[in-house]
Design a protein around this ligand. Structure first.
Ligand SMILES: Nc1ncnc2c1ncn2[C@@H]1O[C@H](COP(=O)(O)OP(=O)(O)OP(=O)(O)O)[C@@H](O)[C@H]1O
Ligand SMILES: [Mg+2]
Length: 293
């Protein structure tokens, strides 16, 4: 795990899209979340994961990015402005999928729901519909267009919310636990879609998740919150998963492959460095075996 610097080689010059500095929010019942420690940063085109135990403040942090909460202390900057104060100037560039999608799906049919933003921004009806159809296709749910959102399964609802988030082709996509309730195929397609969006369109994607196995594939880098909201760790998936003891304080277990390679190294210092996908692990272990033979 490296220290948090703003001029890391691979990000040098990359535009800063989001920054959160020592933000405090106190909910009405007195519960206080202090998102302090490291600054949270997301650069243009980066896929950034937010990890941490239940109640550590992931959703609270994303709500600050979306201007839904106003910081009591500290600073939130999104596209150079304060989202809680200047939301109207930036909202068009931001797509969101909330953790509780039921709060998000309001129209009588799926297609109307996904076309809601394009219509709200005053696009001509044919374009609004085209955008909605394109977004549904991107998420693979064209067949749900005429269904009633309320009647859909949990996973289908999440996909509709995601299509709605993509309808305006946002520059920043904010996803709160996007994999919750998705079957393995849907989860895999969502991971592929996110990497295409980041690579081909330069979309910045911020995702909170408990799905630790998705992190190596999804994230360019990740932040780890500890209880109370402290932004405790930062690094690439490889860097973070190389520090299992530190992760344990945030109640995070590294992916099983990371643990496997760490244990192998404990036994044999010549074991290969961690490979975080099955394909890479097979290559690394085959090569290691070749050396031993
Ligand atoms: N509306 C609210 N009123 C009072 N307290 C709240 C409210 N929303 C969140 N909290 C509290 O703020 C803290 C952070 O909650 P938050 O929802 O941000 O956590 P989280 O990291 O997203 O958790 P999870 O992994 O369960 O989604 C928790 O202690 C929670 O109880
Ligand atoms: Mg949450």
């Amino acid at each position: 795990m490296r220290h948090h610097t703003h001029d890391r080689g691979r990000l040098a010059g990359a535009e800063e899209v989001v920054r959160i500095s020592c933000v405090r929010h106190t909910y009405e019942d007195g519960t206080s979340v202090h998102l302090c420690g490291l600054d949270f940063l997301a650069h243009r085109g980066a896929r950034v994961a937010v990890l941490g135990p239940n109640g550590s403040g992931k959703t609270t942090m994303l709500y600050h990015i979306l201007g839904l909460l106003k910081p009591q202390e500290g600073q939130v900057t999104v596209f150079g402005v304060s989202p809680s104060e200047e939301w109207p100037t930036i909202r068009r560039h931001i797509g969101v999928m909330l953790q509780n999608v039921d709060e998000q799906l309001l129209a009588p049919t799926v297609i109307d729901d996904v076309a809601f933003s394009p219509r709200q921004y005053g696009l001509p009806e044919t374009e609004a519909r085209e955008r909605a159809e394109r977004a549904l296709a991107l998420v693979g749910i064209g067949h749900l267009a005429d269904r009633v959102p309320h009647n859909l399964s949990g996973g289908e609802k999440r996909k509709v919310a995601l299509a709605g988030a993509l309808a305006m082709d946002p520059e920043l996509l904010v996803l709160d636990e996007p994999f919750e309730g998705l079957d393995p195929t849907s989860r895999g397609s969502l991971l592929d879609l996110m990497s295409d969006l980041a690579r081909e369109r330069g979309m910045t994607i911020i995702m909170s998740t408990h799905d630790i196995n998705s992190v190596p594939e999804f994230a360019d880098y990740a932040y780890v919150l500890s209880p109370g909201g402290k932004i405790a760790m930062y690094g690439t998936p490889e860097e973070l998963f190389a520090a299992p003891d530190a992760l344990a304080t945030s109640n995070i277990e590294p992916p099983i492959l990371a643990e496997l390679f760490a244990r192998l190294r404990e036994r044999d210092a010549g074991a290969p460095p961690p490979a975080l996908s099955v394909a890479d692990a097979v290559d690394a272990l085959a090569e290691w075996k070749g050396q031993a033979d």
